[in-house]
Design a protein around this ligand. Structure first.
Ligand SMILES: Nc1ncnc2c1ncn2[C@@H]1O[C@H](COP(=O)(O)OP(=O)(O)OP(=O)(O)O)[C@@H](O)[C@H]1O
Length: 618
C-alpha cells in the first residue's frame, strides 16, 4: 500500500502541506466546552438525529438535505415520545444548507485508564462559508434542535406533594387531541390559532414588554370537555401540566415557591377554582362557614399570575376551570390574567356529529334528523353523549339508545332555579321566582339546579324527597358542589341521605317519637356526609338543637297527659256537683281549670319553640 511505499515523515509533511492549501474548514464541537456541558453539542445530536437522519424531516425542509449517512444509532428514552436517532462512531452525514454541503462526523475516543470516553462532532465545510455557518447555520441548528426536542418531549403531569412538585411526575399518555375533541368548528379554530400565535409570539411579547404567558378560563357545565381541552392543549403544544391544587397549598409563600419551580413550556392548571377554596379576601358571607378555607390569598394568587414573580418563567399558560363563572372574583377574570374566556357548553348537533364520527365512525344516518331535533332541548353534555355512543358496538343500537336517552332528557319536567344563587348570603330575601318555585308542584323525582341561565347540575332523588331537596337548595345552595364524590348518581345518593334525615325530623311534629339513639345515628350520618365534603354544617347545628330540645319534647308530652287528666277530672267533678251546691267542689273545679290553663300555656310555648327548631332546618 501507499503507507508501505511512502515513509511516515514524508506522509506527515504532505498532509500538512495539503492542509495549508486546502479550502476545507473544520469546526470541532466537543461534548464539553469551557468546563461545562456544551449546548451546541447537545443541539447537534438532536438536530442530526431528528432532522438529518430522518427522511421525512429532510424533505420537510427544502433548504436543507442530507446524504451519505453511514451508520446510525436508534433508540427510545423514557423522556421522549418517539424514536430518536444518532450518528454512530466515525460515521458521516452531509447536510445541505441552502445548497451548501456541511459534513458532520461523529468521533469518540476512549481512555481505558480513566474509563472515560471523549465525544465530539467535526463539522467540515468550505472556508468561504465560515461567516454563513457562524451567522446562519449554527443558529439554525440550535433553533431546529430546540423545536425538535420540544416536539419529541413526553408530556409530564406534576401534582403537589408536601408543598413540593411530586418528583416522580408521570408521563401523560392522554389520547385527547384537537382532532378527537368535539367542539364547535369556529371555536376550535379560534383556540388553535390563539395557541399557535402564543407559541410563535416570543419576539412579539419581548417587543411589547410583556411576560410570555397566557391565561385561559374554561367554564361550563360538568362533562363538557374542560379537562379534555387541557389535555388536547398539552398534547398540541407538548407542554407539561402542573396541577395547582390551591386547597393543598399552605400559604402564599409556598405558592410562590411552587411557581418558581414550574418549568418553562408548561400549563399550570387550577381546576374548579370557584369551589376548591374560599380565597380569604373575598367578600364575607358569600360562602357558608363550613366552606374549605385556603391559606392562599386572592392577592397571592393574582401576584403569582401577573406580579413580579410571573417574570421568572416563559412560555407558560395558566388554565382555570369552573362550572360557575359568575362565582369567580372579577379581579381574576380581567385580561392579562385570564386573556381568553372559553365557554364549553352542552352538546349541539354539530358536536354530536363529531362525536359520532370519532366514536362509531358514522358520518350520516337516517336517525340523525331525529337526534338533531332532540339535542336542541336536551341539554346533554358531550360526556353523556359519548357514554351513550360507547354502549354498544352496533351503530344502530347506539343511536337508538341515544334517542331514548335524549327523549327522556327532553321530557323530564325541569325545576328551573334560574334566578337562584347557589349560595345565598345570610338574610337575603327570597325573590318572587323562588316563591313561585316553592309553590310549584313537583310530581317528578328529578331536581335541576341552575345558576344564571345555565342548568348546571341535575340530581335524582325519590319523588317524595324532591320538595325537600328543592327547599334545601333554596335555603342552603348546592351543598354537594364540593363533594369528593364526583358522579351525579353518587351525589344524588348523598342528597337523599340529607333529605331522609329532614323528612324524619319533619314527620315527628313535636319530636315526640324521636329517641336519643335515633338522633345519634343521624349525627353519624352527618359526620359521614361531612367527610365526603357535603356542606351540612347547618344540619349538624339543627340536630344539635333538636337534641337539646328532646327533654322539652318529653316534658311537653307529659304535660299534655297531665292536661288531659285534668280535663277528665274537671268533667267528673262538674257532673258530681250538677244540681247541688257544693262550695268546696266548685273551688276544686276552679283550681283544676286554672291549672289546665297554665298547662295549656306552657305546652303552647314549648310547641312554639319546637316548631321554631323544626322550621329552622329549612
Ligand atoms: N368535547 C368533547 N369531545 C370529546 N369527548 C368529550 C368532550 N367532552 C367530554 N368528553 C368525554 O367526556 C369525558 C369527561 O369530560 P371532561 O372531564 O373533559 O369534562 P369536564 O368539563 O372537565 O367535566 P367536570 O366539569 O366535571 O370536570 C372525557 O373523558 C371525554 O371522554
Amino acid at each position: 500500500t501507499i503507507n508501505e511505499l511512502v515513509p511516515k515523515e514524508l506522509r506527515d509533511f504532505l498532509r500538512k502541506l495539503f492542509r495549508r492549501f486546502s479550502l476545507e474548514f473544520t469546526m470541532v464541537i466537543a461534548e464539553t466546552h469551557g468546563g461545562s456541558s456544551n449546548r451546541l453539542f447537545k443541539a447537534a445530536t438532536t438536530y442530526l438525529g431528528g432532522h438529518v437522519l430522518t427522511s421525512a424531516s429532510v424533505s420537510a425542509s427544502p433548504s436543507a438535505g442530507s446524504s451519505s449517512t453511514q451508520r446510525v444509532t436508534v433508540g427510545k428514552s423514557d423522556s421522549a415520545r418517539n424514536l430518536t436517532y444518532g450518528l454512530d462512531k466515525s460515521s458521516k452525514v452531509v447536510d445541505f444548507f441552502h445548497g451548501v454541503p456541511m459534513t458532520w462526523q461523529f468521533n469518540t475516543e476512549s481512555n481505558a485508564k480513566r474509563q472515560t470516553e471523549t465525544r465530539w462532532y467535526e463539522l467540515h465545510f468550505n472556508k468561504k462559508h465560515a461567516e454563513m455557518v457562524k451567522m446562519k447555520y449554527l443558529p439554525y441548528v440550535l433553533d431546529t434542535a430546540k423545536r425538535l426536542g420540544d416536539e419529541n418531549r413526553a408530556v409530564k403531569f406534576y401534582t403537589i406533594w408536601r408543598d413540593w412538585w411530586c418528583s416522580s411526575a408521570v408521563n401523560i399518555d392522554h389520547p385527547m387531541t384537537f382532532d378527537t375533541l368535539a367542539m364547535d368548528g369556529d371555536l376550535k379554530k379560534d383556540i388553535l390559532g390563539d395557541l399557535n400565535s402564543f407559541i410563535d409570539g416570543k419576539e412579539y411579547y419581548k417587543k411589547i414588554g410583556r411576560v410570555w404567558k397566557r391565561g385561559y378560563l374554561l367554564y361550563g357545565p360538568p362533562g363538557t370537555g374542560k379537562s379534555s381541552l387541557i389535555a388536547a392543549m398539552a398534547n398540541h403544544l407538548n407542554f407539561d401540566i402542573y396541577n395547582l391544587n390551591l386547597s393543598s397549598i399552605k400559604s402564599d409563600s409556598v405558592l410562590e415557591d411552587l411557581l418558581l419551580r414550574v418549568s418553562n413550556r408548561s400549563i399550570i392548571v387550577v381546576e374548579d377554582v370557584d369551589c376548591t377554596i374560599k380565597l380569604q379576601n373575598r367578600g364575607a358571607g358569600d360562602f357558608p362557614d363550613n366552606f374549605p378555607r385556603a391559606q392562599v390569598s386572592l392577592s397571592g394568587l393574582l401576584n403569582s399570575i401577573d406580579g413580579l414573580l410571573s417574570c421568572c418563567g416563559n412560555e407558560r399558560i395558566f388554565v382555570f376551570t369552573t362550572n360557575y363563572k359568575d362565582r369567580i372574583d372579577p379581579a381574576l377574570l380581567r385580561a392579562g390574567r385570564m386573556d381568553k374566556h372559553i365557554c364549553l357548553d352542552y352538546c349541539t348537533f354539530s358536536t354530536f356529529k363529531q362525536l359520532a364520527a370519532t366514536y362509531v365512525d358514522i358520518f350520516s344516518h337516517r336517525l340523525f334528523p331525529r337526534i338533531e331535533d332532540l339535542i336542541k332541548d336536551a341539554k346533554a353534555s358531550p360526556a353523556e353523549i359519548a357514554g351513550e355512543l360507547m354502549k354498544s358496538k352496533d351503530h344502530e343500537a347506539c343511536l337508538d339508545g341515544l334517542i331514548k336517552f335524549l327523549e327522556i332528557k327532553v321530557s323530564q319536567p325541569r325545576v328551573s332555579m334560574a334566578s337562584i344563587e347557589d349560595r345565598r348570603p345570610e338574610g337575603k330575601a327570597i325573590n318572587k321566582r323562588e316563591k313561585d318555585l316553592k309553590n310549584e308542584n313537583t310530581p317528578s323525582s328529578i331536581v335541576f339546579l341552575a345558576v344564571g341561565s345555565d342548568s348546571v347540575a341535575e340530581y335524582r332523588v325519590k319523588e317524595e324527597l324532591a320538595p325537600i331537596l328543592k327547599a334545601v337548595f333554596i335555603k342552603h345552595g348546592n351543598i354537594v358542589t364540593n363533594s369528593s364524590l364526583q358522579s351525579m348518581q353518587c351525589r344524588s345518593s348523598l342528597l337523599e341521605v340529607v333529605c331522609g334525615i329532614i323528612q324524619r325530623l319533619q314527620q315527628s311534629v313535636d319530636f315526640e317519637h324521636l329517641t336519643e339513639v335515633e338522633i345519634e345515628s343521624m349525627f353519624t350520618s352527618v359526620q359521614d356526609l361531612e367527610s365526603l365534603k357535603v356542606e351540612v354544617g347547618w344540619l349538624r347545628k339543627g340536630l344539635d338543637e333538636v337534641k337539646k330540645a328532646l327533654p322539652l319534647a318529653k316534658q311537653c308530652s307529659s304535660l299534655m297527659e297531665d292536661k288531659d287528666k285534668n280535663l277528665q277530672d274537671i268533667q267528673k267533678m262538674e257532673k258530681e256537683v250538677a244540681g247541688c251546691e257544693d262550695k268546696s267542689k266548685s273551688l276544686q273545679i276552679q283550681e283544676a281549670k286554672a291549672r289546665t290553663e297554665k298547662l295549656s300555656e306552657t305546652i303552647t310555648n314549648i310547641k312554639t319553640k319546637l316548631k321554631e327548631i323544626r322550621d329552622g332546618l329549612l
